[in-house]
Design a protein around this ligand. Sequence first.
Ligand code: ATP
Ligand code: MG
Length: 140
Amino acid sequence: MALERTFSIIKPDATRRNLTGAINAMLEEAGLRIIAQRRIRMTRQQAETFYEVHKERPFYGDLVTFMTSGPVVVQVLEGEDAVALNRRVMGATNPEEADEGTIRKTHAESLEANSAHGSDSAENAAIEIAQFFSDDQIVG
Ligand code: ATP
Ligand code: MG
């Protein structure tokens, strides 16, 4: 195992319900260190670029609208095996299938409004981090 970084987003359904702190506590309790964090309103262009891999999926338009519907908190997390660890802490994409104690099981509203994003590979983590943070904004 190696010290790794991953990219995380606290999604609009969670910021709207004042859950930023509760979700951060779950991340930190799992051993993930928040080494950069900023609250932003994503532009349509940013959301489209971020979810470009899903462009052909039927839910893409709704997803972009949802991600721009309110503030999000973009984050860089660091820890041992951070990409996989964060995915475990978040739980399955569909909250109905997520394990007890996970962020999505505990907090998500629906398959779309599922409270958190986490990179799915170290390669994508690097790309996603670079979309929202410059190196000097990350303090490891
Ligand atoms: P994320 O990329 O946000 O971390 P994920 O990797 O678990 O989530 P993806 O398959 O990459 O899941 O889907 C990206 C996001 O698109 C999901 O988190 C969810 O918000 C939304 N989504 C995925 N599938 C559907 C669907 N069938 N209907 C509506 N929204 C969906
Ligand atoms: Mg994904």
